[in-house]
Design a protein around this ligand. Structure first.
Ligand code: PMV
Length: 311
């Protein structure tokens, strides 16, 4: 057993199809490699399994954590799956530059990096498929009924065309494109927006099934446009998708303000991304416009921006 094992996993962002994906329509998401979660596992001189996660102010021995704690749950389950007994003494260091609870997949990235570092330290071989299935089970502890898009993009670190319950499908990017991700700074639980959409759907199924179909068509068209490298056409699809999310009441005045600011600053298209109500929005830009659109978003109230190239 080597003395230190490390693993890194990227953040992710949803480009198209959030919410409708919960109802079986396709969604597109891509990794964001500028931000990542990193895990180091090494043998410990002291007895116990020591977790050091300074970003979330967690410094604890495994047994002092509640058993449904997502990190404890990853560790206990990986021990179980790798048949190690007795538990070895370990130091586990977890760091992450992915903003928490803003739709960038921070939970999934920590889970995937921790799973891989630990499994590899214990010489327990896991395929990507196994890591993904395991991370989905852990995601359920965080989020209740997630579609599984986060763990999938983060595990494979590739653009994903995601349909719930179907085998994973990655896709090629014909021509790299640039997006600016802007954070409203408002934390909005995805669980709530997902719950509200469900209430609307239960009250008026035919109406919302239609809206979900329209969004699914946008995701389908977007995959084609991205494969072909028709970057400009993507912008219009983002604007259309945002209008439908607004109709679904998952936007917010802050998100709408940032979407408008991006368009006025010359973005090719913009929309909220993820659960909505707060969290992030994305703007598609020509590479040379990225800095100025980012500054306009900050001036319009964004708390932070990330410029990323989708390749
Ligand atoms: O806020 P995020 O990026 O975790 O995305 C939520 C996406 C939803 O479609 C609203 C929910 C889901 O589980 O897919």
């Amino acid at each position: 057993m080597s003395n230190m094992t490390t693993s890194s996993a990227p953040g992710k962002i949803i480009l198209f199809g959030e919410h409708a994906v919960v109802y079986g329509r396709p969604a597109l998401a891509v990794p964001v490699t500028q931000v990542h979660a990193d895990v180091e596992v090494s043998g410990a001189a002291r007895p116990g399994i020591w977790i050091d996660a300074p970003d979330v102010d967690l410094h604890a021995e495994l047994n002092t954590l509640p058993s449904d704690h997502p990190i404890a749950s990853v560790i206990n389950n990986i021990f179980f799956l790798s048949h190690v007994s007795p538990f070895p003494n370990l130091e586990i260091k977890i760091t992450s530059t992915i903003p928490v609870a803003s739709g960038l997949g921070s939970g999934a990235a920590v889970t995937v990096a921790l799973t891989r570092a630990l499994a590899s330290h214990l010489n327990h071989l896991m395929t990507d498929e196994e890591v993904n299935a395991f991370a989905y089970e852990i995601e359920k502890l965080h989020h209740g009924t997630p579609s599984g898009i986060d763990n999938t993009v983060v595990t494979y670190a590739m653009p994903v065309y995601f349909v719930k319950g179907q085998p994973i499908e990655t896709f090629k990017v014909g021509e790299p494109f640039t997006i600016v991700i802007a954070d409203t700074g408002i934390s909005a639980p995805t669980r709530e927006s997902v719950g509200d959409v469900r209430k609307s759907w239960e009250a008026e199924k035919a109406k919302w099934e239609n809206v979900f179909d329209e969004i699914g068509d946008i995701s389908f068209a977007a995959r084609h446009v991205i494969r072909e490298g028709w970057v400009k056409m993507l912008g219009a699809l983002m604007d259309e998708n945002h209008a439908l999310l607004k109709e679904m009441t998952v936007s917010s005045p802050e998100l709408d303000r940032l979407v408008k600011a991006a368009s006025e600053a010359g973005a090719l298209g913009a929309k909220l991304s993820g659960g909505g109500r707060g969290g992030n929005m994305i703007a598609l830009v020509e590479p040379e416009m990225a800095e100025s659109v980012s500054l306009s978003l900050m001036a319009a109230g964004a708390k932070n921006t990330i410029i990323t190239q989708v390749t």
